[in-house]
Design a protein around this ligand. Structure first.
Ligand SMILES: NC(=O)C1=CN([C@@H]2O[C@H](COP(=O)(O)OP(=O)(O)OC[C@H]3O[C@@H](n4cnc5c(N)ncnc54)[C@H](O)[C@@H]3O)[C@@H](O)[C@H]2O)C=CC1
Ligand SMILES: O=C([O-])CC(=O)C(=O)O
Length: 341
């Protein structure tokens, strides 16, 4: 991964910086988990005014950690200040869902945040700024953000589905009794929601070419009845248990997402919510989770995969949900924006 030892630090904006994901994420960034062990970072932390006192405490803690890679910290409730010169932006700030809610129900609360922050990014981000949207509903919020940030290339905006990917990899590794790092070929298709399709039909185990992961996991019916709904509903299970949504695992996934994107995925397939060009029959421009590889700071959708009939049904269902969320976003946002989204 690139070093910037003698260069100006990388400007990294994190929104929702006083929230629970950020509390796990910020130390991981400062420890080099996102941009590597030699890249210094200048953190720009954005919060809403009522959370600024709490954010002040987070800043005190970051300072007290004495991170060698932390060049500076700015805490602000001004989006223009937070995004000015950003080389990377992690958009966490949003309302989380509570027990019994679907993520799409957050749209009415969160759409306005991504409209405003899209405009602020558009005005101030550094050229080449890489953006990951975490706040839910993440795919649709990424679409809204992209619309209001027309100067930022769509390829530089993404939605986080790496948490779902990591959940699926962990489940496969446990099922086949292999180390996590040996599992490959797993991916998440579609929306970061309960319609997502965690796909293990091409999963492999390094050094064990004879292992058929689908068979070891009980065959297609068992996948449909157990594995797939377990991954789809994992976020809800965590909320039911913690009374708060996932945070530690979300922070880890955000670091993985950015580390793969910036530093490369070493040929491995990972999952990112990105605006494709119509691959696999998905409407072009939809922020859809695809299997991707990353190299040279760019993601590429893995093309030419065979999609079996069962997989196609799941992919179509999650695609339809995203189209419905898009319509909901249209009705939530202003009439002026509606005609163009
Ligand atoms: N894509 C994914 O895989 C995941 C997404 N999430 C989502 O991430 C979001 C944040 O989750 P948590 O950190 O647990 O929530 P949290 O409630 O602990 O923290 C969110 C923070 O965002 C702040 N905030 C609200 N509006 C803001 C704005 N306009 N600008 C800046 N900050 C703002 C709040 O003051 C709060 O401190 C939620 O929408 C949650 O559903 C959570 C886990 C995984
Ligand atoms: O489920 C939620 O609302 C939080 C989240 O996105 C996840 O844990 O995947």
């Amino acid at each position: 991964m690139a070093s910037n030892g003698g260069d100006p630090p990388m400007v990294v904006t994190v929104t929702g910086a006083a929230g629970q994901i950020a509390y796990s994420l910020l130390p991981a960034i400062c420890a080099g988990r996102m941009f590597g062990p030699t890249t210094r970072v200048a953190l720009r932390l954005l919060e809403i005014p009522p959370a600024m006192t709490s954010l002040g405490g987070v800043v005190m803690e970051l300072t007290d950690c004495a991170w060698p890679l932390l060049a500076s910290v700015t805490a602000t409730s001004d989006a223009a200040e937070a995004f000015a010169g950003a080389n990377a932006a992690v958009l966490v700030g949003a309302f989380p869902r509570g027990p019994g809610m679907e993520r799409a129900e957050l749209l009415a609360k969160n759409a306005g945040i991504f409209k405003a922050q899209g405009a602020a990014l558009d005005a101030g981000a550094a050229p080449g700024c890489k953006v990951v949207v975490v706040g839910n509903p993440a795919n649709t919020n990424a679409m809204i953000l992209s619309h209001f940030a027309p100067s930022i290339p769509k390829k530089n905006i993404s939605a986080l589905t790496r948490l779902d990917h990591n959940r699926a990899v962990a489940a496969v590794a446990a099922a086949v009794g292999a180390p996590l790092g040996d599992v490959g070929g797993v991916c998440i298709w579609g929306n970061h929601s309960s319609t997502q399709y965690p796909d293990v039909t091409r999963a492999t185990v390094a050094g064990k070419p004879d292992v058929n992961v689908v068979e070891v996991m009980g065959g297609q019916q068992a996948l449909s009845e157990t594995f797939i709904p377990t991954i789809q509903k994992r976020g809800a299970a965590i909320i039911a248990a913690r009374k708060m949504s996932s945070a530690m695992s979300a922070a880890k996934a955000i670091c993985d997402h950015m580390a793969s994107w910036v530093g490369g995925s070493d040929g491995a397939t990972v999952s990112m919510g990105v605006a494709g060009a119509g691959e696999y029959g998905i409407e072009a421009g939809t922020f859809f989770s695809y299997p991707v590889t990353c190299t040279g700071g760019e993601w590429s959708i893995v093309e030419g995969l065979t999609v079996d009939e069962a997989s196609r049904k799941y992919i179509d269902a999650t695609s339809q949900e995203l189209q419905a969320e898009r319509s909901d976003a249209l009705s939530v946002l202003s009439a002026a924006a509606e005609s163009k989204l």
